[in-house]
Design a protein around this ligand. Structure first.
Ligand code: ADP
Ligand code: MG
Ligand code: MG
Length: 906
């Protein structure tokens, strides 16, 4: 494929690329191009496309043809703009090699700074800058980064614990600092740095068996290659799996002329957010460090200074802000902040560097934010007319909304809790859990369903899986832009960083504060919104009663077409669902009244019914059951205040309800007037080899019509009584596990008779109701036209439909589904997100088939997937009338439905 354009230049008020080209140039490259076009001070450079990365891997890890030449041409362009030459002895240009995928992967991939420094170029740079210390500081940084990123990681070398080259070099530098009594890297003198550079190079030779390259061009290609390879590095792959980023996107490589924040006291580097990423407040928020370079701010080795008054906190209030120290530069940065927000219509995360009093922009991207901040910013920007309503709706992701609905520490309980430490509020909400100190422990504990708080000195990219698994993260070091803070903010996870009073010993598994030691396994509580750490478990509470949230949800409802109902089986859940905005109940499972609280009496009656051997016995048991069923139904209809409620007829796993304890069996025997041995015999008779495909659902009502009849009567009598008392109600009767229209017909005949009897009993003309069926067996989907002829509505029971379509037993997937996901044979768990290819095809056939007979056939879905955003989008596109999900997922389904409508341009 000769002639492909792999390289795009930017800089000097002019760019070949633009912000719209993220797929090709990666996020960083596209935004560098965009900022340069806006006339912002961006050091010139060029971007090697993601396509090059993809082709590189296709090509057996070799650069595709043409790249080399295009890079040379672009480099010449940069040299011309800068008036410097790469690798030149007199006037050397230095560059950085920066990775940048389509969506940001903080800390996952590699960057090398100061590329081009060698024994040949060093004297020239010293002569030019008159700053020998700066040059050797830049050199030691190059050696440290390059050996780590290019010579070790990119080569796939996996050093033993503590033996990584970066760790070794860090230790050597710390040792020298300790010996000389220095507290900061900036105390190192020229002589120290020269000595270090020499020692570093020797150490690299002994450890990695290769010389540190002393040629600028060799360094550049090494850097480019390492960035490309980092796409398939271990941590990048694992991060992509968690974030659902496809492996075949590839990363771009940005080569950019260096500007130096480490040239002395009028130089600095910093990072900022155009608004507060934790709260969403419209305040410029950032940190900076004088005489520093690159990652120094993020690395947490020195406490960064606040950018301005608004950014001051406990840790940094003694340090000078940029606003105070360099008001001119601050003003310029503040103007850039405004320009960027006006241009991007969003909150941005920026990187800047000041070289001897001149400001440069090195990066901007849409900033990660907490759910709280996402909501607040969306509503503020709408008010500021920076965005329109639809954009506001799109600005809060379903996961962020989920986070907003998540618990916080109960403020009352918090008042009396024992405060042990304070840190920075890096991720919102509350977390209560047992202390763990290592990523693997967090993963293990989470697999067992235990809540843990991961406590670390500071986190690094190797910790992400543990961080994901933990309920909360606590670190002793790092600022608001540290790794832990960035990652947790992206996930909306409760996180506190920089709790400096904690003495953490990860090896010993202890956390010491004020002379008291906390060990792994002890419970602590975090308030991530304020940065407070408490001993013991503090009570948590719901945080959904927020006026901004209510306003936002109003907007959401304005833009959605799809209805949202809830799965609820009792009056309490029905109330919760209504409060969350459910427009009805899509699934009321009758059998749920036999579990948990207050279930003893109805359960006893159910057991009698199940174990009845004669019609007489059964009739008696059914009569007893009737009252319980009717009471629950009436309560739920009342709670829903006229909204529709879909009652599914009994679909119980019979064997699960038979007691095994001797006393319980004895009691049952007594009630039925039979012997204990008969109970055992009858229970034996109920045993099924494959209960999932056994005597359940409508099949029960075929064998024992009196069971269906009892439920139908309960529903219709409850409705009749409510109607009589002046309430409206809309009961819907749903027949489960059908595979043929004849089954529905059979049940409907019973229903018609019962309805007439109820009408007569209550002296009313008729009770209004609908009757429909679940579609959960593939045959029913395939014969949907026939099913529709007998049904007022369909509801896809996607749990069973998935089970039957895949032939995967829902109860046994634990043994193999994980392997399917790990080996990428399946992209996602089909029980969590609808398998659109297979199950979705059946749904499509059923919707079309059903509506070919009844164009207005009401169709919904009531499986677990009904509250999952991708599945909701699918339901929207299929033209379903509603989704039904658990009460707590209702707001998320509403948002997903609105976003689907906006995305599809409804
Ligand atoms: P990441 O994606 O991990 O943020 P970056 O590519 O942004 O990595 O680079 C790491 C650090 O180096 C950042 O602080 C960035 O601002 C700094 N940096 C990158 N390129 C240059 C450059 N050309 N001049 C000065 N600093 C740079
Ligand atoms: Mg990085
Ligand atoms: Mg960056």
């Amino acid at each position: 494929m000769a002639g492909k354009k792999y390289v795009y230049s930017f800089g000097g008020g002019n760019s070949e690329g633009s912000g719209a080209m993220k797929e090709l140039l990666g996020g960083k490259g596209a935004n560098l191009a965009e900022m340069a076009s806006l006339g912002l001070p961006v050091p010139p450079g060029f971007t090697i496309t993601t396509e090059c990365c993809v082709d590189y891997f296709k090509n057996g890890s070799k650069l595709p043809a043409g790249v080399e030449k295009q890079v040379k041409t672009a480099l010449a362009g940069v040299e011309k703009q800068m008036g410097m030459k790469f690798g030149d002895a007199k006037n050397p240009l230095l560059v950085s090699c920066r990775s940048g995928a389509r969506s940001s992967m903080p800390g996952m991939m590699e960057t090398v700074l100061n590329v081009g420094l060698s024994t040949k170029t060093i004297p020239g740079l010293i002569a030019k800058t008159g700053n020998e210390r700066f040059v050797y500081d830049a050199y030691r940084r190059l050696i440290m980064m390059y050996s780590d990123v290019v010579m070790e990681k990119a080569e796939g070398i996996e050093p033993a614990e503590g033996k990584a080259i970066r760790k070794q070099l860090d230790a050597m530098m710390e040792e020298l600092k300790a010996k000389k009594g220095y507290t900061s890297d900036t105390d190192l003198t020229v002589e120290d740095l020269k000595l270090l550079c020499d020692k570093f190079k020797k150490q690299i030779k002994t450890t990695l068996n290769r010389e540190f390259p002393d040629d600028a061009m060799e360094q550049l290609w090494g850097g480019i290659g390492a960035v490309l390879k980092s796409w398939n590095g271990k941590k990048a792959v694992s991060y992509r799996r968690i974030e659902g980023i496809p492996d075949d996107w590839g990363t771009a490589v940005n080569v950019q002329s260096m500007v130096f924040g480490n040239m002395g006291d009028t130089s600095a580097t910093g990072v900022a957010f155009t608004r507060d990423p934790a709260t969403g407040d419209n305040k410029f928020y950032g940190e900076w460090l004088i005489n520093a370079q690159g990652e120094d701010v993020v690395a947490g080795t020195r406490t960064p200074n606040p950018l301005n008054q608004d950014t001051c906190n406990e840790q940094n209030k003694h340090l000078k802000s940029m606003e105070e120290l360099y008001p001119e530069l601050y003003r310029q940065l503040f103007d850039i902040r405004n320009t960027l927000e006006q241009h991007y219509h969003d909150m941005l995360d920026i990187e800047f560097t000041i070289q001897e009093g001149r400001l440069y922009m090195l990066q901007c991207r849409v900033g990660k934010r907490t759910g709280t901040a996402a909501l607040n910013m969306a509503m503020d920007m709408l008010k500021e007319k920076l965005i329109d309503e639809k954009t506001a709706v799109m600005r809060v992701s379903p996961a962020q909304l989920d986070e907003l609905l998540h618990p916080i520490l109960d403020p009352k309980a918090e008042k009396s809790a024992q405060l042990i430490a304070r840190g920075l509020p890096a991720g919102p909400g509350g977390a209560v859990g047992r202390i763990v100190f290592h990523s693997e422990e967090a993963v293990k504990a989470a697999a067992k369903g235990e809540a843990v708080v991961m406590v670390r000195e500071e986190t690094n990219p190797e910790d992400v899986e543990g961080m994901r698994a933990a309920t909360g993260i606590l670190t002793a070091r790092g600022g608001m832009t540290s790794h832990a803070a960035l990652v947790c903010r992206g996930w909306g996870k409760c996180c506190i960083v920089g709790a400096g009073c904690l003495e953490i010993n990860e090896v010993a598994g202890t956390m010491k504060v004020d002379g008291k030691v906390y060990r792994a396994g002890e419970i602590i509580s975090l308030n991530g919104t304020r940065g407070y750490v408490y001993a013991g478990a503090v009570a948590t509470m719901d945080s959904s009663e927020n006026p901004k949230l209510q306003h936002f949800m109003k907007l959401v409802d304005k833009y959605r077409r799809l209805g949202v109902r809830a799965n609820a089986d009792n009056p309490e859940d029905a109330k919760i669902a209504r409060n969350f905005g459910a427009e009805g109940i899509g699934l009321f499972r009758t059998e749920h009244m036999f579990y948990g609280k207050n279930s003893e009496k109805p359960l006893f009656a159910l057991r009698k019914m199940i174990l009845s051997a004669t019609p007489e016995e059964r009739q008696k048991a059914v009569k007893e059951l009737f009252h319980f069923v009717k009471k629950d139904i009436k309560g739920t209809l009342t709670a829903m205040q006229g909204l529709p409620v879909t009652f599914r007829l009994l679909d119980p796993p019979l064997h699960e309800f038979v007691p095994s304890a001797r006393e319980a069996r004895q009691e049952l025997a007594k009630a039925l007037g039979i012997k204990l041995i008969d109970i055992a015999r009858r229970a034996e008779g109920l045993h099924e080899t494959n209960p999932m495909m056994g005597h359940r659902g409508v099949r029960l009502g075929i064998t024992y019509p009196e069971i269906s009849e009892m439920q139908m009567r309960a529903i219709l009598e409850a409705a009749a009584e409510l109607n009589r008392d002046g309430h409206t109600c809309k009961p819907e009767i749903m027949i489960p596990v059908t595979c043929d229209a004849s089954e529905i017909k059979f049940q409907k005949e019973i229903l018609a008779r019962v309805a007439a009897e109820v009408a007569k009993k209550f002296k009313v003309p008729a009770v209004e109701y609908k009757v429909g069926t679940m579609i959960e067996i593939p045959r029913a989907a395939l014969l949907a036209d026939q099913m529709a002829a007998e049904a007022d509505f369909f509801s896809f029971g996607t749990n069973d439909l998935t089970q039957m379509t895949f032939g995967f037993s829902r109860d046994d997937i634990g043994a193999f589904l994980g392997d399917y996901l790990d080996k990428k044979l399946l992209a996602a768990d089909p029980f969590q997100t609808i398998d659109q290819a297979g199950v979705g095809k059946l749904i499509d056939i059923a919707v079309k088939g059903g509506r070919s007979v009844k164009p207005k056939l009401k169709v919904g879905i009531c499986g677990e997937q009904g509250g999952e955003a991708k599945s909701v989008e699918f339901c929207h596109k299929e033209g379903l009338d509603y989704v039904s999900c658990s009460p707590y997922r209702v707001p998320i389904a509403r948002l997903a439905a609105a976003q689907a409508a906006i995305r599809c341009g409804k």
